[in-house]
Write a protein that binds this ligand. Structure first.
Ligand SMILES: C[S@@+](CC[C@H](N)C(=O)[O-])C[C@H]1O[C@@H](n2cnc3c(N)ncnc32)[C@H](O)[C@@H]1O
Length: 283
């Protein structure tokens, strides 16, 4: 990957073909910016459709960077003043923000925004040599790409019951990528029993893939105002499986302004501590 390749690929986009299909998105974008984003979506859908393995790494990179720039607080994003795209606000909330600040979204130079972020991401270069890593997606209890006993260390963090609204938070990214968030299988459990059953399924699969002597760091947080300690449920879910329970590391942190925006108040609201359950696969 290089800045030149990304610039050349962006120069091949027909920036005039996009039409405004969703008027509501004008809450986030200037009409010119929105038409450009629609043009980019058309170009990406042709170059790197989600229905097959990507064959154009540069186009795939551009999609990744663009998704990261959809909304935010500064001119480095396509939107006017907003919140980050991993927890995008709703159209209604964005209209309220615009009204409160007395602003409408300014026009952004889509190409310049993508190139600037690309430059930042590539500032330390790209990993050299043959890639020995692999990224696969799927249900955490069915790791079909991983052979028995192949893993030294698993670091994982499941959804904490039903605390995070993944589909709602990711609606803007899903729009851009052309994904229906309702069709993505994301675990959300209201009851402790259902959540523990899910963790049990995951740990059974972990007992298969982690090598004897290998470790699992299973991160959870305290929820329901500290009344539900998920690490205890992980402990319970591991019962009878070939794991040595090494302990729980509690990371009690001071949260700052971003966390406060999302309803965390030190010691009072939200998830204030991370709890990492440490397990070792028995021999
Ligand atoms: C608490 S977040 C952890 C995020 C991750 N640590 C990271 O930094 O990106 C939980 C993640 O689990 C994913 N998830 C939900 N259900 C899943 C499942 N059944 N199998 C695998 N992953 C799942 C969600 O999409 C979400 O990204």
């Amino acid at each position: 990957m290089s800045l030149q390749k990304v610039a050349a690929a962006l120069a091949s986009v027909d920036w005039t073909c996009g039409r405004i299909e969703r008027e509501d998105l004008l809450a986030f974008y200037h009409p010119v910016t929105l038409r450009k984003l629609e043009s980019l979506r058309i170009w990406l859908a042709e170059r790197v459709p989600l229905t097959r393995e990507p064959t154009d790494a540069v186009a795939d990179w551009i999609r990744m960077v663009a998704i990261n720039r959809l909304s935010g607080h500064s001119p480095g994003f396509f939107s006017g003043r907003s919140m980050p795209p991993n927890q995008a606000v709703s159209v209604k909330a964005q209209l309220k923000i615009n009204e409160k600040l007395g602003v409408t979204p300014p026009e952004r130079d889509v190409v310049a925004v993508i190139l600037k972020k690309t430059q930042t991401l590539l500032k330390d270069g790209v990993p050299s040599g043959q890639a020995d890593h692999c990224l696969s997606t799927g249900q955490a209890w069915s790791l079909t790409d991983i052979k028995d006993g192949q893993v030294d260390l698993t670091v994982t963090s499941p959804p904490f019951l039903d605390i995070v609204q993944y589909a709602a938070d990711n609606w803007l990214r899903c729009w851009f990528a052309g994904i229906n968030p309702e069709e993505v299988a994301i675990d959300m459990h209201k009851t402790e029993k259902a959540w523990t059953d899910m963790v049990r399924r995951v740990l059974v699969e972990q007992a298969r893939v982690v090598r004897p002597g290998g470790h699992i760091a299973f991160e959870v947080g305290e929820v329901r105002g500290g009344k539900v300690l998920l690490e205890r449920l992980v402990w319970q879910a591991a019962e009878g499986l070939p794991f040595e329970k090494l302990g729980v590391m509690v990371n009690d942190q001071e949260f700052t302004k971003t966390a406060n925006c999302w309803g965390v108040e030190n010691g009072a609201k939200g998830t204030n501590t991370n709890r990492i359950v440490l397990l070792r696969r028995e021999f």
